[in-house]
Write a protein that binds this ligand. Sequence first.
Ligand SMILES: [Fe+2]
Ligand SMILES: [Fe+2]
Length: 284
Amino acid sequence: MTAKELILKSCELPAVPMVAMRILRLVEDPNTDISDLQDAIMADQAFAARVLKMANSAYYGLRRNIDTVSDAILVMGFATIKNLSLAVSTREVYKNFGLLEQKMWEHSIGVSVAAGIIAREVNFLKPEEAVVAGLLHDVGKAVMNNSQPERFLMLTQRVYEERVTYSQIEEEIFGFGHAEVGGLFAEKWGFPPFLCDVIRSHHSCDLDDTILTGDPSKITLCYIIALADALCVRLGVGYRGPMEDIELQDDKLKALLGITDERFSELKETFKREYIQEKLLYQM
Ligand SMILES: [Fe+2]
Ligand SMILES: [Fe+2]
């Protein structure tokens, strides 16, 4: 059995919510105008509220408050709204609102915030891609948790007890990894190719990852996500506590991105301030 077959056999990949599906179709259609897209978003009030909250998050770089959906579309553009819709829709995937799911969601927000900070630091051309990729990078964990909660809890307990990363032991427990599951999820949901690849490679990009070959900006984005992830794991964002002693590739990733230790300490302080603010904004 291939890894993909095994995943499809043991995990249920949730369907794309109707509202997201409509928005994706509209964004792809060259004849769509702002009012079509606005109607689709407004059709689901809870969804519209979340889109507005995210549009107002610091990472979309907007100085003024966006309080209507049409302004959000106008200022952010179709492509960003599409990514945003996908990100907002995945909130539903973290549906069992227990402590573990809450932590996973916090981790997603943390990595999203950190990725935005690092992306700006290295002058990455599309920091908003880093923000969305950060939010979605571990969606595979949520899928695994929803499909096999007991096994996932066992995995999490071992992560804490043995001070290892999920990717170091999940293969042993599940037979596959959350990056692969996330990649399949991303494909099924019709995520843009850059997101599918980054989700799939966020734990292997510092190695010779064949999925990423040939596209320097995608490789950089992957380094950004991996470093943002390491920062959050070390600080314990979305974990029970700081994981200072865990084996991660942060030094290598810093070097690959050209960030000195000294500068990274400053970025970490920026992160702590901004994470608290963003977390309140994303409470939804
Ligand atoms: Fe991960
Ligand atoms: Fe992560």
